[in-house]
Design a protein around this ligand. Structure first.
Ligand SMILES: Cc1cc2nc3c(=O)[nH]c(=O)nc-3n(C[C@H](O)[C@H](O)[C@H](O)COP(=O)(O)O)c2cc1C
Length: 205
C-alpha cells in the first residue's frame, strides 16, 4: 500500500475553479502550519504569509495576475501570498518560498482542498511586473519578494495532469544525455531501482 504522504504527493493536482464553500479557520490554520514547517537555510525562516480573505482585495488581485488566473483568483475563497525577505537569506530565499508553497499545497490537498501555484516572482523585479503590482496591492515592503500566490478552496473539478516516467528523468551515478542512453543502460538502471526496492535493503527515506 502506498503511504499517506506519497499518496498526497501523487494525487495533488492544480485546481483552477472552486466551489463557493468557505474554508474554515482550523483548516486554514493547518495549511499555514504546513508552510511554517518548511525547511530553510540555517533555519532562518525568512518568510511571511499573507492570508487574503477580503473580497475587494481578491478582486483587485484578479485584475493583476496573468489572465489565465483571473477567474481562479476571483472565485477562490482565500488566497495565501508567500513572501520572503532576501536580507534574511540572500542565498536561498527563492527555494525557501517554493518549499513553503509546496508544503501548503500538499497539506491543503490532504484535507480535501485545492490550490494552484501562481508563480509571481520575477527575476529582475521590474517596475511593471505582476510581482511589483501585487506587492503594491498587498503593501509588501520593497525589499521583500513575492514568490507565489496560492488560491485555496474546495475543488470544482479534478486535475488530470500526468508526469514523465522515472526512466526518462533518473540517471544513476552520473548524468546521461538522453541521446547517449542505450537500452543496456536503461536495463542496468532499472535493475538498480529493483535493488533499492528489495525488502532486505534499507528503505530510501
Ligand atoms: C512556479 C510555478 C509557476 C506556475 N505558473 C503557471 C502558469 O503561469 N499558468 C498555469 O496554468 N499554471 C502554472 N503553474 C501550475 C502548473 O501548470 C502545474 O503545476 C503543472 O501543469 C502540473 O499540473 P499539476 O499541478 O496539476 O500536477 C505553475 C506552477 C509552478 C510550480
Amino acid at each position: 500500500m502506498v503511504n499517506a504522504t506519497l499518496n498526497t504527493i501523487k494525487k495533488r493536482r492544480s485546481i483552477t475553479n472552486f466551489l463557493s464553500k468557505s474554508v474554515n479557520e482550523k483548516v486554514l490554520q493547518d495549511v499555514l502550519e504546513a508552510g511554517r514547517w518548511a525547511p530553510s537555510w540555517l533555519n532562518k525562516q525568512p518568510w511571511k504569509f499573507i492570508v487574503v480573505s477580503d473580497e475587494s482585495i481578491r478582486l483587485r488581485a484578479s485584475d493583476i495576475v496573468p489572465t489565465v488566473f483571473s477567474s481562479t483568483v476571483r472565485v477562490a475563497p482565500v488566497i495565501i501570498a508567500i513572501c520572503v525577505n532576501p536580507d534574511l537569506n540572500p542565498y536561498h530565499y527563492i527555494e525557501e518560498g517554493a518549499a513553503v508553497t509546496q508544503n501548503m499545497a500538499l497539506a491543503a490537498h490532504s484535507m480535501g482542498l485545492g490550490t494552484i501555484w501562481i508563480g509571481t516572482f520575477s527575476l529582475a523585479d521590474e517596475k511593471n511586473s505582476t510581482e511589483r503590482k501585487l506587492k503594491d496591492l498587498l503593501k509588501i515592503p520593497k525589499k521583500w519578494r513575492l514568490i507565489s500566490l496560492l488560491p485555496l478552496g474546495y475543488p470544482k473539478f479534478k486535475g488530470q495532469k500526468t508526469r514523465k516516467e522515472l526512466n526518462e528523468i533518473v540517471d544513476w551515478n552520473y548524468f546521461v544525455a538522453r541521446e547517449e542512453k542505450s537500452s543496456a543502460q536503461e536495463i542496468r538502471q532499472k535493475d538498480s531501482i529493483k535493488k533499492i526496492l528489495t525488502p532486505t535493503s534499507t528503505p530510501p527515506i
